[in-house]
Design a protein around this ligand. Structure first.
Ligand SMILES: Cc1ncc(C[n+]2csc(CCOP(=O)(O)OP(=O)(O)O)c2C)c(N)n1
Length: 322
């Protein structure tokens, strides 16, 4: 007897069809691609500001795998990880950041607004929280058409402080609009840590007040992320509702300075531009290791296999840069 699946269910099998090693390879590829771009920024410079997402690779891989055909993903200024994983190849992204004709969209978009509609990325915004109301419109479209698609939108813990977050969530809930809001909580907004700038926000309690489903996951573990994103997509689709997924992660590559304000040293979040002093070792993990999606792969795949893959991927990426 044939098994009849809804369109979304067929596509959801895509995530299951990938082996652990395939998924680990993609996390490694995103890390190495960013380290190579960082190397370029450090040596030649780029004409545009670029926000690396070192430490954010796992959630990007998970969202990519959980998206069904027809789903869309709307991004913030820090979008390199999603753009890299959705693109056909590294070369088109790399050329785009160098504003070359061969790059994505002819190298005209820079980095903060880099989108790729053919790959389900219709919109990225340099304006903080601006992608949320746009996502509300896209999700409303899905609700009106009833096509089974879900809108994904990313945001940060700085952007959550904008009124647009509150308004968009309220609008989506009121209109039964299916949307997964992926909040990448790194605790920084530019160079200001959350403890310096505002009271704590209990996102779960906040969501409860709207009857919006809330999920949380560890952004360093790609397989935890994948389970959480698949679950959030199902909840959004089946419940015709926005779902908030809080992803705790560290933006890696930060450094410490010692000055009068902090003789014992304080952490500086470099926010954009090159991360300092990051050479590309054969094994591309960064400190702190318990927060590193690359290092965490060793919990799932044999370390020697991962080490060999990392070397192979770095060589292949370097070839794409030439
Ligand atoms: C409307 C608006 N206000 C301020 C800024 C400047 N700005 C750019 S990124 C940023 C902080 C973003 O923090 P968060 O949302 O946590 O993302 P992260 O950079 O940490 O990934 C700010 C204030 C902006 N781009 N747009």
């Amino acid at each position: 007897m044939p098994i009849i699946l809804a369109m979304g269910q067929i596509e959801m099998c895509r995530a299951n069809a990938h082996s652990r090693l395939d998924i680990a390879r993609e996390v490694l590829r995103l890390r190495l691609a960013q380290l190579l771009i960082n190397e370029t920024m450090d040596t030649n410079g780029l004409k545009i500001p670029l926000h690396l997402a070192l430490g954010h690779e796992a959630i990007a891989v998970a969202v990519d795998l959980a998206m069904a055909s027809g789903d869309s993903l709307l991004l913030t200024h820090r979008n390199i990880h999603y753009n890299l994983t959705r693109a056909d190849n590294f070369a088109s992204e790399y050329q785009a950041y160098h504003l070359r004709n061969e790059g994505l969209d002819g190298g005209r978009l820079g980095s903060m607004n880099l989108s790729n509609p053919a790959k389900g990325l219709p919109y990225s915004s340099s304006i903080l929280a601006n992608n949320l109301p746009v996502a509300a419109g896209v999700a409303l479209g899905a609700a009106v058409l009833g096509d089974g698609s879900v809108c994904f939108v990313t945001t940060g813990d700085g952007a959550l402080e904008e009124g647009a977050f509150y308004e968009s969530l309220q609008f989506m809930k009121s209109r039964a609009a299916p949307c997964v809001i992926v909040a990448e909580v790194n605790e920084w907004s530019l160079a200001t840590h959350v403890s310096e700038r505002r009271c704590a926000i209990d996102l779960e309690a906040f969501c409860n007040s709207f009857a919006v489903p809330y999920r949380r996951t560890d952004g360093a573990d790609v397989f935890a992320c994948l389970d959480a994103v698949k679950d959030a997509r199902l909840a959004a689709s089946a419940g015709a509702t926005p779902v908030l997924l809080e992803v705790s992660l560290d933006t890696l590559g930060w450094f410490t300075v010692h000055d009068e304000r902090a003789p014992d040293g304080r952490t500086v979040n470099y926010h954009q531009g090159p991360a300092r002093h990051l050479e590309i070792p054969d094994w591309p993990a960064l400190d702190p290791l318990d927060k590193d999606p690359v290092e965490q792969l060793k919990n799932w795949v044999e370390p020697a296999t991962l080490a060999a893959e990392a070397i192979r991927i770095q060589t292949a990426l370097r070839e794409e840069m030439t």
